[in-house]
Structures are given as C-alpha cells and as structure tokens.
Write a protein that binds this ligand. Structure first.
Ligand code: AMP
Length: 571
C-alpha cells in the first residue's frame, strides 16, 4: 500500500475540523486499507509506530531530524532554520523543501506504508557507536523517496505529533463507520486489547463476530475498570447495589495491573504504561505469589515510608526511582501490591464472571507474601457498620472505601456505578494543563501559574476552567517548569478552546488535581467552560491520569449543582 494514500488522508484531516468529516476521512482510509495492513495504518494515523503502551523512544530529536531533512533535500542548515522561523513546523519545512527539490530531480522509489512503518520501528533498536548517524540516515532515506506531503508526515511521525487532531478515541467511531458495526462493540474490544490496530483488523476480517471474539492477551494491558463517586454517601451506595455490597479500603497508591506469562512479568499502570522496569523489586514477588502460569490481576501499588509506616505520595516514589539507583530506592522505600481483582486465570477469562466469583478465584490463585497482598473485604448491608468502616479507613489515613456490586462483571475501561467511591472530604477536580504564564519576581524563569481545562465530551474540546498559581512549593514549581518544557507548543493546540492567551501553550497531556473553595458560574475571567474556580490550589500532579480520564465539563457541572444544592440547604 502506498504511503501517499495515508499522507493524503492526513493532509485532509489537518484541513478539516468537523468531527463527522474527520470520521469519514478515516473510515474511507480504513476501507482502502487491506486487512493485513491495518495494524500499521491505524497506529500511523495516530502518529505512532508502536501501540501506546509500549514505551519506545526513537532517539531522534528535533536537531537530528533537521539534519535528516538537510541530507534528503540537499538544503543547508541555515535555510532549514530560516524556514523553521517562518513556518514553525519541521513537517511543513520538509514539505516545502521537497517540493523545491522535486522540480529538479525525480524520486526513483515509491514509499510504502510497510517501509515507513518498519523503518521507523527500527529506530529504537539502532544503538551503540555511530547510532545517531545511522538513525539520521534511516530517516533521510525515507525522506529522499518521499513526495512533499509524505515528507511532511514522516517528519511529524518521528516527532510524535501529526497535528491532525486525531486522538485515539476517534478511531472507535471511524471503525464503526467503516465496517458498519456498533461503536460500543468497537470500544469494548478496545478496552480489552488497548490496540485499535488489532480491533480494526479483526473487524475488517470478520465483522462484528471478529470484534466479540477479541480477548485479553497477557502482556497487553487492559483498560482498568473505574469507580464512580457516590455523591450522596452511604444511602446512595446501598440503593445502587440493591442493599448489599463488598466494601474495600480505598488505598492511596497507583493502579497497577500485573501480568504473568510463565516467567515473564509485566506491570501496567492505569495509563497503560509499562512500569515493570521501575519496580524490579516486585517481579519475583509477583511471579511467586501468583500461582497460575498465565494470569492478569488488578490492584493498587502502595509505597510505605519505612520510618513512619505511612503510605508515601507516589510522585515522590517515581521521582526518586527516576533519579537515583532503582535498587537503592527499592531498599529505602518498599512497595507493596494490594490485589483486588482477577481478569485472567490460566486459560480462564474472568471478566464476564461476577465480582463474587472473581474474588473467590483471586483468593484461590494468590499466595499472599510480604510484598503481594489481597485487599481486605467485608460484605455489608447495615449503614451503621459501613459508616464505622469508612471512618476507620479515613482515620488510618486512607481516602475512604470502595463499594463493589457483588453481581457486576469486570467492566474494562468503564466508570460506572458498579464500583462506588465513598469518600469524606471536599472533592477536588482533576484538570488538564493546557498552558502557563511566565513567573514574575521570585518566580521569574519558571512557569508561575498554569491554565487548566476540562474536556467537553460532546466536542472533544478542552475548555478552560481556571488558572492556578498557588499551592506549589518552590521545588514543585521548578520541577514542573522542567517537565512542561518538553510539552511546549508554538501555538494553541487545536483541541483547546480558550479565550485566554497564556505565555506558553502545552501539548495537553498532564493532569493537575486542584482544590478550590467554590465553583462559580460566571467567573470574572471569561473561561470557555462557562465555569471558574474560586481560590484554586494545586494539590498534586496526577501521574496516573491522562487527559482522557481527567474530569469533564459534565463533572464540573455536576459538582457545581451539588454545591448549589448544598448551599440552598444551608440557607
Ligand atoms: P479515582 O482515581 O479517584 O477515580 O479512584 C479509583 C482508583 O482508586 C482506582 O483506579 C485505584 O487506583 C484506586 N483504588 C484504591 N483501592 C482500591 C480498591 N480496593 N479497589 C479498586 N480501586 C482501588
């Protein structure tokens, strides 16, 4: 299949902002793609050559890529820099230079989807002496054979951002449209496989049946089941679970999904990143405690401060593990996994079983040890007993309880009422960070405050809700400035709707947990969400969340209504 077909579709996607038109463009592209090529075309349209959960770096930065462009087009570094100034995007620069070059030479080769996919996929494997030059040469060979529009998108793929406004979630509707299958089925299959390439291929080959046949695979993360908040407390919980539920402590760590495939162990986070290398101290423990040869289980990873015996904030643990020797930190800050569910046990897929059945299986297949434990659980129906258990959990420093419907299946990737969070404190909001303002005075040189947004589920746009400039320690401000440096964009991201113009725009990726005094309907500062926050304060960065699972406009509205109800009750 010619890469030109894909590049032209990307070009059309870049030029249209209509949701429906975008779907049709992707769905037409899928229909033109032979089934066996879908596992390449789908990731490429998302700007990737690996599924999202595989953490592979190409090892090529902007500067090296400029060299590759220079080598392929024959233009000098200065010319490339000048055009960069003018166009602001190396993709466009490549397109222009390839056009100019094409007037004098003819490419002797046609680029195919396979060639682009396979060559870019090889990049992380090129290591050792001279590897940078070899990487540059691999990319420049592709660019030499590329047409202008192909060059543009090859470059943007290497940079990891196609700038065509196509997020993962959109593939659901495009696949449904292309093969005439229900979008919910497509989504469900994705929740199990976390791989739209695989989902598209199964659908193209066998239609709806292919979709429903897709199953869990050890080593491929499953979207974890999520919990809803119980706004009205215990009464609401009991109503929703028909009188009786399993109550577990809500532990404060990070969600972790251990997989076991014979001797191989994987640990996936809620964002479906592979964290196995971060916790080598858990691999043996998982291998020993989980009895079957093949299994996928679900739990919370908790780090304990050796001195105080209390759970540690997770960013701190991750930061230390990134910075210092993992082995030393493992000694100093021990981590434990508390398991609470099982998705696959040997050859048995468990997700369609009820909670009660899964819990029984979990007890059967796990041999708890020092590092691997099973979450305690009590089946309760008496509100007083539930209250006592919740208060006890809170007094031990936990956030509260999780109530689980005994008859519910494992609803991968869903946030429904089968699991309910029962907390005590005022609720915080988890908002996407889309921009920042340069600090002044003491804060000069750092980002002094950040612009936050909530996702509008209808349009997929991020609408601004608040700025936040307090709650940060100096160290946090400094670390965040460094972190966001990598996410800086030259212009407002296309999926952000804002009337405020910050000093820097960021690729929307990070999520801040924000405390506030009140949600206001018409804030003094015009936010496109229609809401604003009074006295917003930064609590922490939600390392475990990405923008797609941050709070939505609906959540802000719901909390606003709840607050108004509470206020009218008080007066
Ligand atoms: P939240 O992140 O506020 O939506 O709360 C849901 C998260 O709580 C899950 O994703 C888990 O990481 C965490 N959690 C802690 N304890 C449990 C538990 N016993 N069962 C399920 N999730 C838990």
């Amino acid at each position: 299949m010619k890469y030109q077909v894909l590049a032209e579709a990307c070009q059309e996607l870049e030029e249209t902002s209509s949701y429906l038109d975008k779907n049709t463009i992707i769905s037409d592209l899928l229909k033109k793609t032979p089934a066996e090529k879908l596992e390449m075309v789908v990731p490429l349209v998302l700007g990737r050559v690996f599924p999202a959960y595989v953490s592979q770096e190409t090892g090529i930065g902007l500067q090296q890529l400029k060299k590759a462009v220079g080598k392929a087009t024959g233009y000098s570094k200065d010319k490339i820099e000048d055009l960069m100034e003018e166009l602001g995007d190396l993709g466009k620069v490549t397109e222009k230079l390839t056009e100019e070059k094409k007037q004098t030479t003819l490419a002797e080769e046609t680029l195919t989807v396979e060639k682009v996919f396979q060559n870019l996929r090889k990049l992380p494997e090129i290591t050792g002496e001279g590897s940078v030059d070899r990487k540059i040469s691999t990319v420049s060979k592709l660019l030499t054979a590329a047409s202008p529009v192909e060059g543009k998108f090859v470059v943007r793929t290497v940079l990891g951002d196609l700038r065509i406004g196509v997020a993962e979630g959109r593939l659901r509707d495009a696949i449904a449209e292309a093969y005439d299958v229900p979008p919910e089925e497509v989504e469900h299959a994705y929740m199990l496989t976390t791989d739209y390439g695989k989902v598209a291929k199964a659908t193209a080959e066998e239609g709806e049946e292919g979709l429903t046949d897709l199953d869990l695979t050890v080593g491929h993360p499953v979207n974890p089941m999520l919990a809803q908040r119980a706004e009205e407390g215990i009464e609401e919980v009991l109503e929703r679970v028909e009188g009786k539920a399993a109550f577990e402590t809500k532990l404060d760590g990070i969600r972790i999904q251990p997989h076991k495939k014979k001797d191989e162990i994987f640990l996936f986070t809620r964002r479906m990143e592979d964290y196995t290398h971060m916790f080598p101290d858990l691999e043996d423990a998982v291998r020993e405690s989980i009895k079957p040869n093949k299994a996928i289980v679900d739990g919370e990873l908790v780090a304990i401060n050796k001195e105080t015996g209390k759970p540690m904030p997770f960013q701190e643990v991750l930061r230390r593990r990134r910075k210092y020797d993992i082995e030393d930190v493992a000694e100093e800050i021990p981590v434990h996994i508390y398991l609470f569910d099982v998705l696959l046990s040997g050859e048995k897929t468990m997700i369609k079983e009820t909670y009660s059945e899964r819990r029984k299986e979990l007890d059967k297949i796990v041999d708890p040890g020092e590092k691997i434990k099973i979450v305690e659980q009590q089946i309760l129906e008496d509100p007083e007993e539930i209250k006592a258990l919740r208060n006890e959990a809170i007094s031990r420093g936990h956030e509260g309880l999780l109530a689980k419907n005994l008859d519910s299946t494992y609803r991968a990737g869903r946030r429904e009422f089968a699991w309910l969070k029962l907390k005590a404190e005022v609720e915080t909001l988890d908002l996407a960070v889309v921009g920042a303002f340069a600090g002044k005075g003491d804060r000069a040189g750092t980002c002094g405050s950040y612009l936050l947004a909530a996702r509008d589920k209808e349009t997929d746009e991020l609408k601004t809700v608040s700025k936040v400039g307090s709650g940060f320690t100096d160290e946090e401000l400094e670390n965040l400035t460094k972190k966001f440096e990598k996410l800086k964009l030259g212009e407002k991201p296309s999926n952000v709707d804002s009337e405020i113009d910050p000093d820097y725009w960021f690729k929307p990726q990070e999520v801040f947990e924000i405390n506030y005094e009140e949600i206001q309907e018409s804030p003094s500062e015009a936010h496109t969400s229609g809401y604003g926050l009074r006295f917003p304060r930064y609590v922490k960065t939600r390392e475990d969340l990405d923008v797609s699972s941050a709070d939505t406009l609906e959540d802000v509205e719901r909390l606003f209504k709840k607050q108004e109800k509470r206020k009218s009750g008080e007066s």
